[in-house]
Design a protein around this ligand. Structure first.
Ligand code: CDP
Ligand code: CDP
Length: 219
């Protein structure tokens, strides 16, 4: 039997990380871990309790369901929809920049990936969480294209928002994520750069599967 590898997928908001990671994991029979959802769940908890972050981390229990929905549970409640609210999106980068939040979640992410066979997406997976991952991808796309992708998603959810607002929000969040002090969003030196601006989901998926098969051949 082939050995399993870990695949790290990083990049800015709406580059396609979670859509592609989910499909790649399914194809390989691997586990998909959305680390952004973990930072969003902590942010939701902080907003809900109104207490400082330090008083909150001890009573945060985060779990994912094992089915294809990959629902996320915060202290036993399914918060998959709530963590995508505009309020959480507006606050998540600030909460994510805090050392104690990052240390807490990074430790959890490393435990999950210890047995390999994980596709993990986020901002610091290739640089910090899994620097030894056998395959690292840094996914990018222009801010305009990423905002258009988000616009389509919001419209499908019935949310009324305009493109220029989404472009501004995406640029602001990228800027916070790239300039924070602790593990900022950055391409790892050994990550493969993949510009998905003009690629279909199927093209991105098959490109990464090919790369994974190449790595697996050498394992
Ligand atoms: O899906 P979207 O691109 O909107 O973002 P996300 O992946 O859900 O991540 C939400 C936020 O969590 C990011 O903007 C980062 O501030 C933070 N994050 C992080 O700091 N480190 C990670 N590994 C993943 C997310
Ligand atoms: O996880 P991340 O924030 O990087 O992106 P996402 O939540 O997967 O959202 C990307 C959106 O762009 C989804 O609605 C996809 O259907 C769409 N898309 C894509 O992911 N990749 C492409 N090559 C083209 C479109």
């Amino acid at each position: 039997m082939k050995n399993k590898i870990n695949i790290a997928i990083d990049g800015p908001a709406a580059a396609g990380k979670s859509t592609i990671s989910k499909r790649v994991a399914e194809k390989l029979g691997y586990v998909y871990i959305d680390t952004g959802a973990m930072y969003r769940a902590v942010t939701l908890h902080v907003l809900n309790t109104g207490k400082g972050v330090a008083d909150n981390l001890d009573d945060v229990d985060i779990r994912f369901s094992n089915d294809e929905n990959r629902s996320i549970y915060l202290n036993g409640n399914d918060v998959s929809a709530e963590i995508r609210s505009p309020e959480v999106t507006a606050n998540v980068s600030e909460i994510s920049s805090l050392k104690m939040v990052r240390e807490y979640l990074v430790q959890m992410q490393r435990i999950i990936a210890a047995e390999k066979g994980v596709v993990m997406d986020g901002r610091d997976i290739g640089t910090t969480v899994l620097p030894e991952a056998e395959l690292k991808i840094y996914m990018k796309a222009s801010p305009e294209i990423r905002a258009e992708r988000r616009l389509e998603e919001e419209r499908e959810r019935g949310v009324d928002v305009d493109l220029s607002t989404l472009i501004q929000q995406i640029i602001r969040r990228d800027d916070l994520d790239m300039t924070r002090e602790i593990s900022p969003l950055k391409k790892a030196d050994d990550a493969i750069l993949l510009d998905t601006s003009h690629m279909s989901i199927e093209e991105v998926e098959s490109t990464i599967i090919r790369m994974a098969e190449e790595v697996l051949k050498g394992e």
